[in-house]
Each structure stands twice: as structure tokens, then as C-alpha cells.
Design a protein around this ligand. Structure first.
Ligand code: C2E
Ligand code: CA
Ligand code: CA
Ligand code: CA
Length: 276
């Protein structure tokens, strides 16, 4: 057991070093990514569960250089968060997404844009005034912006967090809880927070039609959320069966490859068709 432990320890340090090196490589490149204009946003449609119409778009960060994907968000966003780079990057993301949504609004095709917010941004003392500034600067109507927060962010901050959420909501910006069901949030807690919507995590959607327990739990989450007057959005919908189940269970909006992958703004706009 001792030998095995030692072996395990050496394996651990080797892979840690490798990880640290990979992180540093990403960090170095990421520092240049904004000034070099390598970052862009893709937009994934969110459709109304009843009508199938596109009612929103989630803005998702992409990193390309020399015509190729540099790293996936799941690789570089954690590095951005660890290094604080998520602050300038997140600021760029919000401004860019609001500008884009305002352009669609001016074309007569109002699409609400959802922006992922990381904990570091949200904890920043100036978050509210900065958010307000971006709305004023871009001219976007607040109700066309939705912030996607995680359970951990909402749960951990106590009164200050609840006050901030309240101010954002009073400003007219919509709030949703991302990746719902994977964290710590109990449904009974939800009624204390001024959250408009829950996004059921993809892991539930994935197993819906193959696992009875998952189907039961998902239906219960949707029913309880609705009884608390929260909208429910499902993400990662890939099959017609999943879509049909979620619509019947009471989801208001659906998002996933079945309805459309994340696309560059120009291509997303084609999905909207010509303005009326
Ligand atoms: P998320 O917020 O949960 O975003 C949903 C992820 O699921 C996206 O991955 C999206 O491309 C992917 N997806 C959408 N539909 C389907 C589907 O039908 N099946 C499957 N298997 N996947 C689907 P992506 O774009 O790679 O982003 C990964 C994560 O990176 C996001 O997860 C979010 O946490 C983070 N992220 C992306 N953009 C930003 C950003 O601008 N700011 C921050 N703070 N985080 C971001
Ligand atoms: Ca999200
Ligand atoms: Ca999510
Ligand atoms: Ca996620």
C-alpha cells in the first residue's frame, strides 16, 4: 500500500506540473487574445417551447487565431477566472453582446441576449454601475438582456448578493440560474432570490429519455419552479423526444443542437429571416 501511495503521489505531481504548464501557456496566449481581436461571440438560439420561435440567444465566447480554434471555453475560461483576465474579457463580452442585441432590435427583430457572468465579475464592487453604464452606452432596453449566474454565486454572498440581485432586477435586466440542479441550490431557497428563470442543466436533459429517475426528478424541478413563478429553460436539447418531454413537463424555452448550434452573429441573423 505504501509503494502504491508513493507511486500515486509521483504520478500526481507529474500531472500537476503538466497542468500548470498548460495553464501558463493558455494564460500567456490569452493576454494577447483581446488586443489581437481573437475573441468573438457566437449566438445560440433559445426557442419558445410552444411556438418554436426564436426568442433569445445565448452569447458564447469563442477564441480563434489564424483561422483555427485556439482553445475551447471549458479550457480557457477557468484560466481566465484564475488569473483575473475574465474581468477585461467579461467586460468586452457584455458590451459586445449588448451592441449586437441593440442592432437586432433596430432591425425590428428583438432578440433577448443572455450573457454568462463569472463570479469574479459579479463580486466586483462596481458591477452594478458598470452594467448600467453598458446599457446606457449601447442603448439596449434592459429587458432584452439576461444575465446567467450560477447557483454558487447566488447562494454564497448573503445580504449583499441579494441586494445586488434586487438592484439588477429593478433596473429591468432579467436573471437566470445556469446549470440548475448541479450545485447546491435547494428549490425552497429559490423563492428568496429575485431570479426570473432556471436553466435545467444539460446532464438532466441528456438522460431524460433513458432513465426514469432522471425524468421524474426533472419533471418535479420544472413543476416546483413553475409554482414559484420561475420560467424554466432547458439546455442541451438534442433530440425530438427530449424536446417533446420538456415541453409537456412545462419548460418555457428550449435550447440545444436540435434548434441550432452557436453561430457567428451574421449567421445567427439569417435564422431570424428578413425583418417584417
Ligand atoms: P454553459 O453556459 O452551460 O453553456 C452551454 C454550453 O453547452 C456551450 O458550450 C454550448 O455550446 C453547449 N451546447 C449547446 N447546446 C448543446 C447541445 O445540444 N448538446 C451539447 N452537448 N452541448 C450543447 P461552450 O460554448 O463550449 O461553453 C462552455 C462553458 O463556458 C459555458 O457553459 C459557460 O460556462 C462558459 N462560457 C462560455 N462563454 C462564456 C462567457 O462569455 N463568459 C463566461 N463567464 N463563461 C462563458
Ligand atoms: Ca450559460
Ligand atoms: Ca448551462
Ligand atoms: Ca456549464
Amino acid at each position: 500500500a505504501k509503494a502504491q501511495g508513493l507511486h500515486g503521489y509521483r504520478f500526481f505531481t507529474a500531472s500537476m506540473n503538466e497542468r500548470a504548464r498548460a495553464q501558463r501557456r493558455i494564460e500567456t496566449a490569452l493576454r494577447q487574445a483581446l488586443p489581437r481581436r481573437e475573441l468573438s461571440l457566437h449566438y445560440q438560439p433559445k426557442v419558445d417551447a410552444q411556438s418554436g420561435r426564436i426568442v433569445g440567444a445565448e452569447a458564447l465566447l469563442r477564441w480563434h487565431a489564424n483561422g483555427r480554434v485556439q482553445y475551447e471555453p471549458d479550457q480557457f475560461i477557468p484560466v481566465a477566472e484564475d488569473t483575473g483576465l475574465i474581468l477585461p474579457i467579461g467586460a468586452w463580452v457584455l458590451r459586445q453582446a449588448c451592441k449586437q442585441a441593440q442592432l437586432w432590435q433596430l432591425r425590428g427583430q428583438p432578440v433577448a441576449v443572455s450573457v454568462n457572468v463569472s463570479p469574479l465579475q459579479f463580486q466586483h464592487a462596481d458591477f452594478y454601475s458598470w452594467l448600467d453604464g453598458v446599457l446606457k452606452e449601447t442603448g439596449l432596453a434592459a429587458h432584452l438582456l439576461e444575465l446567467e449566474l450560477t447557483e454558487r454565486m447566488v447562494m454564497s454572498g448573503g445580504d449583499a448578493t441579494t441586494d445586488l440581485l434586487q438592484r439588477i432586477k429593478q433596473r429591468g435586466v432579467r436573471l437566470s440560474l445556469d446549470d440548475f440542479g448541479t450545485g447546491y441550490c435547494s428549490l425552497s431557497y429559490l423563492k428568496h432570490f429575485p431570479i426570473d428563470a432556471l436553466k435545467i442543466d444539460r446532464v438532466f436533459v441528456r438522460d431524460l429519455t433513458s432513465d426514469r429517475d432522471t425524468a421524474t426528478i426533472t419533471s418535479a424541478i420544472i413543476a416546483m419552479a413553475r409554482s414559484l413563478n420561475k420560467l424554466v429553460i432547458a439546455e442541451g436539447v438534442e433530440t425530438r423526444e427530449q424536446g417533446a418531454f420538456l415541453r409537456l413537463a412545462g419548460c418555457s424555452q428550449l435550447q440545444g443542437f436540435l434548434y441550432g448550434a452557436p453561430l457567428p452573429a451574421a449567421e445567427f441573423q439569417k435564422l431570424l429571416g428578413e425583418p417584417a
